[in-house]
Design a binder for this molecule. Structure first.
Ligand SMILES: Cc1ncc(COP(=O)(O)O)c(C=O)c1O
Length: 389
């Protein structure tokens, strides 16, 4: 007699897997079989964590910092983050409004847990970071995805928000610069969106995980406004993806509720990681991080024209992050199949548009420039050979 399968919550059905995982698994299998694969599919920097951070992490473990911290994070780290906001972005923030989280992921989960529930809607761009949709679904809210394209810089605008808002709209979520497009919201547009949100009692959430990786123009933070939820992380600019540490700048009224949620959802962020992150703001670390940022910019400046010359259309130049979201319609109308064949035949792994939403994903590929310049040049040579077949 077969045993009945236990019941699983229906919300899980709405949570799609990362399609790139299929590409990654195949890439690993090809590598295991001896093939050389150039990985442009993964959204994390190839650089190691700076040594001062590693040393501080080891010292923290040796000093016995292996117990829980308070749910909002180490007071010294919250102070250090507030100071970083001040020196880098001239945003004065009370450290009491900073919540240290397990990555930006932890911060997004807290914020959506706070703001959205059954029947509620969260407006967000499509294409966009896929977990945002899934966080909303996990809270039994609706991710109201708004198609964006080159005409709006692949970002939400006030016009789009006004067109799509309903009485159920509880929050507008923006990532600037964005994953997958690397494009940012212009400061005046963000100010208009902020005014609209304030006037309508709708929360504004701005994910600034890639803000410090802005290559063109100033790094415009939304943390100047004290009623916005601003998400950030040690993952990308600080090269600490695996340490699982991020932060959230929240309106003062929201902190007690966020603290209760954090206490119950995960107790606290990793203690050794929090101690290690104190070294992220040392001048020597910041010098290294700026050098890494410069290297990323050089890679972007190589990859962008190289792809354009080969018929990939990138109508809005990515200002930040480490992604190019390329329209590959000149070569295919099935980007998923294209990514698979490119991997099989040429050993170049890229992410198909399908991972970022339902807005014409079949025409797009995301390439992450998380490989050294010579490897990117090799990838372009392989793409050349692939296209000429
Ligand atoms: C836009 C965006 N937000 C949040 C995250 C989550 O980052 P983490 O949890 O590593 O800080 C990512 C990761 O790729 C991202 O691209």
């Amino acid at each position: 007699m077969s045993t009945p399968k236990p019941y699983t919550a229906t919300r899980v059905d709405a949570i799609a897997p990362f399609h790139v995982m299929a590409i990654l698994a195949r890439a690993k299998a090809l590598e295991a079989a001896g093939r050389d694969i150039i990985h442009l599919e993964i959204g994390e920097p190839d650089f190691p964590t700076p040594q001062p951070i590693i040393e501080a992490g080891i010292a923290a473990l040796r000093a016995g910092h292996t117990h829980y911290t308070g749910a909002l994070g180490l007071p010294s780290l919250r102070e250090a983050i507030a100071k970083f906001h001040d020196t880098r972005w001239h945003a004065t923030i009370d450290a009491e409004r900073i919540v240290v989280t397990p990555g930006a992921s932890g911060a997004l989960l807290l914020v959506l847990g706070l703001l959205a529930g059954p029947g509620d809607e969260v407006l967000m761009a499509d294409p966009g970071y896929p977990c945002n949709r899934h966080f909303a679904e996990f809270c039994d809210a609706r991710a109201a995805t708004i198609p964006v394209d080159a005409t709006n810089g692949f970002q939400l605008t006030l016009d789009l928000i006004e067109q799509h808002a309903t009485p159920a709209t509880r929050a507008v979520l923006i990532a600037s610069p964005s994953n997958p497009t690397g494009t940012a919201v212009a400061p005046d547009e963000l100010a208009r969106i902020h005014n609209w949100c304030r006037a309508h009692g709708v929360a504004l959430i701005v994910d600034e995980i890639y803000l410090a990786l802005t290559y063109d123009g100033p790094e415009n933070t939304a943390a100047h406004w004290d009623d916005v939820f601003v998400i950030n992380s040690f993952s990308k600019y600080f090269l600490m993806t695996g340490w699982r540490l991020g932060w959230l700048t929240a309106p003062a009224w929201a902190v007690p509720a966020l603290e209760r949620l954090a206490q119950n959802l995960y107790l606290a962020a990793s203690t050794p990681a929090q101690h290690a992150a104190l070294a992220a703001f040392l001048p020597a670390t910041l010098d290294e991080l700026e050098a890494r940022k410069h290297e990323l910019r050089t890679r972007r400046d190589f990859l962008l024209p190289a792809l354009r010359e080969r018929g990939f259309v990138i109508p809005v130049a990515p200002e930040g992050a480490f992604y190019v979201y390329a329209d590959c319609r000149a070569h295919t109308d099935n980007s998923f199949e294209f990514a698979q064949t490119l991997l099989e035949q040429s050993g170049v792994a890229v992410t198909p548009g399908l991972d970022f939403g339902l807005n014409r994903p079949q025409y797009f590929l995301r390439l992450a420039y998380t490989q050294p310049l010579p490897r990117l040049a090799q990838a372009i040579a392989r793409i050349d050979r692939f296209l000429s077949r």
